[in-house]
Design a protein. Structure first.
Length: 329
């Protein structure tokens, strides 16, 4: 791990001169039903406090479906009451490990003691599993989460922007281009073509690239999946691009997400990305959704420019911290 910084030993928390054993961290390679139920309560508590649902969707699916290579859950409990005070999750992505740390609202202190212990346990596990590049995603970063990340030897990396737009999009933002003729995704038939274009378009993307048929089928099996909102655009019988939308019915107001959008790299720069985004937003607006939303990497200049020009504005930032962990055996 790229660190020379000293941090307290696991489960220890300095308060003045005393060193108290506040919590302990347990590693779980597979989460049982009771663990998942307990973590779900923690996630709901944190979502209500932060107005942001922790544990991104990829990680939530890893937790629920379990068993993926490299998966580990880390459970921090109060030593006295046994209560869950934090949870971290490790998963292995394309070229990189992903970690997310969730700390109960009542257990956040300026030293980030619970979070730092969870994070260190996760980084140790990466070392045990052969080491590698690590991303820690922090939604709505604060000085406390900065402390947690940097005290564990990670450095600030990518910022992910959540952008939003009021729907329907005004005609002035759409311009004169005729609407694109799309068709819904056909489960069981379109997977191979979609994966080929997606993986070409996101060739260098740590989470969105390198999808397999299993990654896609898992999403298709989710309750929110709606093939009618997964729009494909073909040219000369070949898939040229797609706009996959996702409705977050658990938000108030409901959010309509541009979930994955990609254009075959051989066709970039010809207005397809713009037309597909508008087609997706139009689909959402026709379903009665009044707020469109998406996540975009701040460094993805083409996409940020595209979304801003349509009228999307920044809602908040999620921050990645990164580091390289050496193998420990
Ligand atoms: C983002 C993406 C969908 C855009 O598709 P596209 O068909 O190339 O986009 P368009 O031709 O419609 O261009 C849209 C706007 O972006 C601009 N743009 C395109 N490439 C750009 C670049 N490299 N840098 C800056 N602006 C760029 C265009 O000039 C255009 O702006 P304008 O309408 O003001 O002239 C496409 O680049 C892609 O598939 N990228 C890989 C996957 C991805 O990053 N998806 C988005 C994740 S949130």
């Amino acid at each position: 791990m790229a660190t020379g910084v000293r941090y307290p030993a696991p489960g220890e928390h300095r308060t003045g001169d005393s060193l108290r054993q506040m919590h302990h961290v347990e590693v779980k390679r597979r989460m049982g039903e009771a663990d998942i139920a307990e973590v779900s309560v923690l996630l709901a508590e944190v979502a209500a406090a932060d107005r942001h649902r922790p544990l991104g969707e990829h990680k939530w699916l890893d937790l629920v479906h379990g068993g993926r290579t490299g998966f580990a859950g880390f459970v921090a409990r109060d030593r006295t009451s046994g209560r869950l005070v934090g949870y971290a999750q490790l998963s292995q992505g394309h070229h990189t490990w992903g970690v997310e740390v969730v700390v109960a609202p009542g257990n956040r202190d300026p030293d980030a003691a619970v979070g730092a212990d969870l994070l260190r346990a996760a980084l140790d596990e990466v070392g045990r599993q052969g080491g590698g590049h690590v991303h820690l995603w922090v939604p709505q970063p604060t000085p406390v989460t900065d402390t947690m990340a940097t005290s564990s030897g990670l450095v600030q990396g990518r910022d992910l922007l959540q952008m939003r737009i009021a729907l329907p999009v005004p005609a002035t933002a759409i311009g004169d281009a005729p609407p694109l003729t799309t068709r819904p995704f056909r489960p069981g038939q379109d997977e191979a073509a979609w994966l080929a274009v997606n993986n070409r378009a996101f060739a260098n993307h740590p989470e969105q690239g390198g999808w397999t048929i299993d990654t896609l089928r898992e999403r298709e099996a989710e309750a929110w999946f709606d093939a009618e909102g997964f729009l494909l655009y073909e040219r000369d019988g070949q898939l040229a691009g797609s706009c996959w939308t996702k409705v977050h019915s658990d938000c108030d107001p409901e959010l309509g997400e541009i979930y994955v959008i990609s254009v075959d790299p051989s066709l970039h720069g010809h207005g397809l990305g713009r037309a597909l985004t508008i087609a997706g937003l139009d689909h959402l607006a026709r379903r009665g959704i009044t707020v469109g939303m998406l996540y975009v990497d701040a460094a993805n200049r083409a996409a940020v420019h595209l979304y801003q020009s349509i009228g999307f504005a920044l809602d908040h930032v999620d921050r990645a911290y990164t580091g390289d962990v050496a193998p420990s055996r």
